[in-house]
Design a protein around this ligand. Structure first.
Ligand code: A3P
Length: 347
């Protein structure tokens, strides 16, 4: 393959979408009024629904509580689907790239170096979010290739019954809450509308500690999927960003095996794993996404900042560190989860 077929990576829109969106908005408007509301990060407000904070203000390609409600009622998962679930700023872009590269490696096997989609497009273009690109679209996902790959930030308590019933595979990735806070803080200030002032780190810390963040509380999101992974280890692979960073080669192999796409000995000998690690590495992806916009108001480079473990040390005061450590210890009490490099999270 010498050129990339961009149409195979776009998510279809059709003329009925406006009607769909109007219907959805109307249907869920009354429900929204009853939801508790708080000031938002990038968006103006966040709304509490089924124990978690969500955006509102439905529009094309923007996450919203209405979209989630709509797909809860309409989306049909298939047993061959793969769902990548994260909290924002936990490495979503990275896990999208890695999974896309793993399951599509046959398809792009003969592509020249420069023709792999991940060398031309943002990983968010390759793997759609359920609650943005997918909802409200009648044709859902045009890629046409199996397996269908989707991502979502939806918390476990609101996860679609159809996904739980389908027997499909789920990969969940979480990250040290302190690094999620720092990453979300920078992302927010990069994306905030010019009419709103920049967020101060103190404010970000306050909100995060109270659990107020998109799809938060952080701890409840992680715990929900952690418990699910204990009950259904064959359905869900629970990973941490830190573990992925520390041993990317083995994690990539592990993900491939879990998804039913193990690397053959011959592939390993040819260095395919290493190629995927490099293709999806921070250096490569941040270079590819240096310019352009993912969508209006969201530059491609907003998803790539430092890509490091422990950047929180440059931002959090001792007091802030103490507070977040205490909350995490209390909330994750009894859970075998660690964000220390060198720690082992579930194999
Ligand atoms: P930082 O802001 O700490 O640098 P998400 O994709 O969930 O929005 O998360 C974004 C975070 O993941 C950012 O963290 C970003 O730099 C980091 N990231 C993006 N691509 C990455 C990659 N290929 N490897 C490691 N980290 C990556």
């Amino acid at each position: 393959m010498s050129t990339i077929d961009a149409s195979s990576l776009s998510f279809a829109k059709d003329s009925s979408e406006n009607d769909n969106l109007a219907l959805i908005q109307c249907r869920y408007k009354d429900m929204l009024i009853t939801c508790p509301k708080e000031k938002g990060w990038v968006s103006e407000n966040l709304y509490m629904y089924q124990g978690f904070w969500h955006f509102s203000n439905i529009s094309y390609d923007v996450f919203s509580i209405e979209a989630m409600m709509a797909i809860q009622n309409t989306f049909q998962a298939q047993p061959t689907d793969i769902y990548l679930i994260t909290l924002p700023k936990s490495g979503t872009t990275w896990i999208k790239a890695v999974t896309y590269a793993i399951v599509n490696r046959e398809r792009y096997k003969n592509s020249t170096l420069s023709s792999h989609p991940l060398l031309a497009y943002n990983p968010h273009k390759c793997v759609p979010f359920l609650e943005t690109e997918v909802f409200g679209k009648t044709s859902v996902y045009v890629d046409g290739c199996l397996p269908r790959l989707f991502a979502t930030h939806i918390p476990y308590t609101s996860l679609l019954q159809s996904i739980l019933d389908s027997g499909c595979r789920i990969v969940y990735m979480c990250r040290n809450p302190k690094d999620v806070l720092v990453s979300l803080f920078h992302f927010t200030n990069k994306l905030r509308d010019k009419s709103r002032c920049q967020m101060a780190f103190d404010e970000a810390f306050e909100m995060f500690s109270k659990g107020i963040m998109p799809y938060g509380p952080y701890w409840d999101h992680v715990k929900g999927y952690y418990n699910f992974s204990l009950e259904h280890p064959k359905s869900i692979l629970f990973l941490t960003y830190e573990d992925m960073k520390e041993d990317t080669v083995n994690r990539v192999k592990h993900i491939a095996e879990f998804l039913g796409y193990p690397f053959t000995k011959e592939e390993e000998a040819r260095g395919v794993v290493g190629e995927i690690v490099r293709l999806c590495g921070f250096k490569s992806l941040s270079e590819v996404n240096k310019h352009g916009d993912f969508r209006e108001g969201v530059p491609n480079d907003a998803f790539f900042r430092e890509g490091k473990v422990g950047d929180w040390r440059k931002h959090l005061t001792d007091e802030m560190t103490k507070v977040l450590t205490q909350i995490t210890e209390q909330k994750f009490h009894g859970m075998d989860i660690s964000f220390e490099v060198g720690a082992h999270v579930q194999n």
